[in-house]
Design a protein around this ligand. Structure first.
Ligand code: HSE
Length: 315
């Protein structure tokens, strides 16, 4: 039997409010781990899936056709025409259906671990295509706004029309991300299926302006322009009602000084961007507002430069 390779892949904030399906940010402090080793049997198998408590995960399957880590790893294995197979152990640190890119974290950790077993490992950016195969299984759509930041770290622009190319963007200094996870679940696939398929030209113009302005603001380190552009007038209004604490949490974040606040991915998590010195207070205000609605929650404060996936151990 070969060595076990363990890879870590962080959670992520999909859409980052302004860039539906094409902008994402890696999050520090939460992530999945996948361990992989070569085996003689053919293809990718899953030996176990464990939750944060270390026990077998109650909701996730070890069927390799139903786990994003193995689906992604199998896509990579097939593309490299590797003989034999690999066995995976998946350790979930990211809550399911949380809007924190849970399926993407597993897919990315799966490909990064298995890549290290290959005779000729690929450069990390080339793994995106394979991680996307896992993400597509979970969300039903081809979007890289969780997979790309989880793989590459930081703030990544990944328009579907340009995939597999992605663009790592400069981030403003002095700005942190705050993420609040309310103890609710939202299925990304279901949330995507409910979105309107037609939009007015006014909506398109407005949102396009915010996205362009936000990217320029990040590059120019322009805090006021971030505040003016971190807005979602298209997707958030269609999804926020599914997150019962959203109005209260967003209002608390903005009152506490957040530069902007919106859903993380399809929710239920809610993120805010904030100047560093306000970030902890904003996280507390968001937690308090969420608790007042009777929903338990957890929050993270992360730099906008959180690293992407990496091989943690080989033993
Ligand atoms: N861009 C995706 C969506 C992210 O909003 O549906 C899902 O986490």
């Amino acid at each position: 039997m070969s060595k076990w390779v363990t890879a870590y892949a962080p959670a992520s904030i999909g859409n980052l409010g302004v860039g539906f399906d094409m902008l994402g940010l890696a999050l520090q402090g939460a992530g999945d781990r996948v361990s992989a080793r070569r085996v003689d049997s053919t293809g990718i198998s899953v030996a176990e899936v464990r939750g944060p408590d270390g026990k077998p995960h109650p909701a996730l399957s070890t069927n390799p056709l139903e786990n994003t880590a193995s689906i992604a790893a199998q896509a990579l294995w097939d593309a490299q025409s590797e003989p034999g197979g690999a066995e995976l152990r998946v350790f979930k640190g990211v809550p399911l259906q949380s809007g924190m890119g849970s399926s993407a974290s597993s897919a990315v950790a799966g490909v990064v671990a298995v890549n290290a077993l290959l005779a000729k490992p690929l450069p990390i950016a080339e793994l995106l295509t394979y991680a996307l195969a896992g993400e597509k299984y979970a969300s039903g759509g081809l979007h890289a706004d969780n997979v790309a930041p989880s793989l590459l770290g930081g703030l990544v622009l990944c328009p579907p029309a340009l995939l597999p190319a992605t663009i790592s963007l400069p981030v403003p200094t002095g700005v942190s991300a705050v993420l609040l996870h309310p103890e609710l679940q939202v299925s990304t696939a279901a949330a995507r299926s409910k979105l309107a398929t037609r939009y007015s030209i006014d909506q398109w113009l407005e949102q396009q302006g915010y996205l362009a302005g936000f990217i320029a603001a990040c590059a120019a380190n322009d805090i006021n322009l971030i505040r003016d552009t971190l807005k979602d007038v298209v997707i958030e209004p269609q999804r926020s009602a599914a997150v019962s604490c959203f109005v209260e949490v967003k209002s608390a974040a903005l009152q506490a000084g957040a530069l902007g606040c919106s859903l993380s991915g399809s929710g239920p998590s809610i993120f805010a961007l904030a100047e560093h010195h306000h970030a902890r207070n904003i996280a507390s205000a968001m937690e308090q507002a969420c608790s007042m609605t009777g929903i338990e929650c957890q929050s993270w404060v992360s730099p906008m430069t959180a690293p992407g996936a990496y091989v943690e151990t080989e033993e």
